[in-house]
Design a binder for this molecule. Structure first.
Ligand SMILES: O=C(O)C1=C[C@@H](OP(=O)(O)O)[C@@H](O)[C@H](O)C1
Ligand SMILES: C=C(OP(=O)(O)O)C(=O)O
Length: 431
């Protein structure tokens, strides 16, 4: 994709459904009794990989024009897959499905693309093994491909060293198949869609919040007889909205209304960051849909200034750091991003891909062990952007390109389909 600078983005957009919620709707619908109906499902490659996996596990899933129908067979209704489960580029699919597969009476193998097969899986293998699971890394490198064989699971308490919704969800899902209670404490609260949605499906799940004012939290689950099919409307993905928020703030003379976005506080850290950077941003029409808070987001071109982003807010904006870094590059002053070492184990090492590409565009960006330092305010110039097939890098630098002098080439820009098919077409509504 070749892009150049523009002005005056004006109008309304909607973005596709939330990726995290879409994945979970398929997974929980498949192990629930009865039909689950999902509206505004994200038809991105990652969520389609989840559908494919559950079809291979014997679940009929109808992907209709306006909805998805999952004909769930109950907690014990999955059947042995004939072949390897292909998880594509999706860490969420891999880590969550492993929790479910650990409790099944059949063998399964799962594998993904080159990026996925280099991401760490020890973080789920350790707690699953403590629960009694038989899960191994086929190449003995603590990565996928993974091999899972039947085992009796027992409940554990797991003090997670990392605030990761994928780790937490994996353990809670295995807990559905364990004897006794399973609980997970995380150092600070990561996205809580699993907890909210499992409760809606009828799971016996409780939450205990820390008394010290921190977001440290514990989720506890007990096995139940069955989960029950639900009707789910997926809110627009704030992680996808983030690119239009940034476009509206950074492209001169812009005003964009982004409709119908999930603003669950465990996901909405970018809104706080925007405010702190001095953005003209407002939430309109705030409401609740299917247990999740939703709003329309109005942004207007703003002069931004650098800030420090660290600590408990990091898990609430982890996927937005590439686009926040672009905002920082165009803000006055210095932005420090700390406590974000998790960026190293995403679809690419995002500390490296973000700072390398920012430098290529003329920004003073320095990688650090747990984040980056961005000295903003210099104009950006066009460059060839190496996405390393990481969808978030492609989208973040497409927005940078709209503000940069000259032409920018986004290499392998088709990778946006992982989480946002139609990303480039959405701009047509704003020109
Ligand atoms: O649970 C989820 O749906 C996700 C959790 C996050 O990963 P971690 O759990 O590894 O932080 C996030 O980066 C990913 O895009 C989606
Ligand atoms: C990290 C991401 O996803 P996953 O871990 O599911 O591959 C992402 O979408 O930015």
């Amino acid at each position: 994709m070749e892009l150049t600078n523009i002005t005056g983005l004006k109008g309304e957009v909607t973005v596709p459904g939330d990726k995290s919620i879409s994945h979970r709707s398929i997974m929980f619908g498949s192990i629930a009794k009865g039909t689950t109906e999902v509206h505004n499902f994200l038809q991105g490659a990652d969520c389609l990989a989840t559908i494919d996996c559950f079809r291979r596990l014997g679940i009929e899933i109808e992907n209709k024009e306006t909805s998805i129908l999952i004909h769930g067979k109950g907690l014990h209704g999955l059947s042995a897959p004939a072949n390897l489960l292909d998880v594509g580029n999706s860490g969420t699919t891999t880590r969550l499905i492993s929790g479910i597969l650990a409790g099944q009476p059949f063998d399964s193998k799962l594998s993904g693309d080159e990026s996925l097969n280099s991401r760490p899986m020890k973080r789920i293998m350790d707690p699953l093994r403590q629960m009694g699971a038989n899960i191994s890394s086929i190449l003995r490198n603590d990565c996928a491909p993974l091999f899972i064989t039947p085992a009796r699971l027992h409940g554990i308490h797991y003090d997670s060293p990392v605030a990761s919704a994928q780790v937490k969800s994996c353990i809670l899902l295995a807990g559905l198949y364990a004897d006794g209670e399973t609980s997970v404490t995380e150092p600070s609260l990561s996205r809580n869609h699993t907890e909210l949605m499992l409760q809606e499906f009828g799971a016996d799940l409780r939450l205990i919040h820390a008394l010290d004012g921190s977001t440290k939290a514990t989720a506890l689950i007990r096995p139940c007889d069955e989960l029950y099919g639900q009707k789910i409307t997926v809110p627009g993905d704030i992680s996808s909205a983030a690119y239009f928020i940034a476009a509206g703030l950074l492209v001169p003379d812009s005003e964009i209304l982004i409709r119908n976005i999930g603003i669950n506080p465990t996901r909405a850290g970018i809104l706080n960051v925007c405010e702190e950077m001095g953005a003209d941003i407002s939430l309109l029409n705030q409401r609740k849909e299917g247990g999740e808070p939703v709003a329309d987001i109005l942004v207007r071109t703003s002069r931004l200034h650098g800030i420090t982003i660290k600590g408990e807010i990091i898990p609430t904006l982890i996927d937005e750091i590439p686009i926040i870094a672009v905002m920082a590059a165009l803000a006055e002053g210095t932005t420090f991003i700390r406590d974000a070492e998790e960026l190293k184990v995403k679809e690419s090492d995002r500390i490296e891909t973000v700072t390398d590409n920012l430098k290529a565009m003329g920004c003073d960006a320095i990688p650090t062990a747990d984040g980056m330092v961005i000295r903003g305010g210099r104009p950006l110039h066009g460059a060839a952007i190496h996405t390393l097939l990481d969808h978030r890098i492609a989208m973040a630098f497409s927005i940078a390109a709209l503000t940069a002098e000259g032409h920018t080439k986004i290499l392998d820009s088709h990778c946006v389909d992982v989480s946002f098919p139609g990303f480039y077409d959405t701009f047509e509504n704003l020109l």
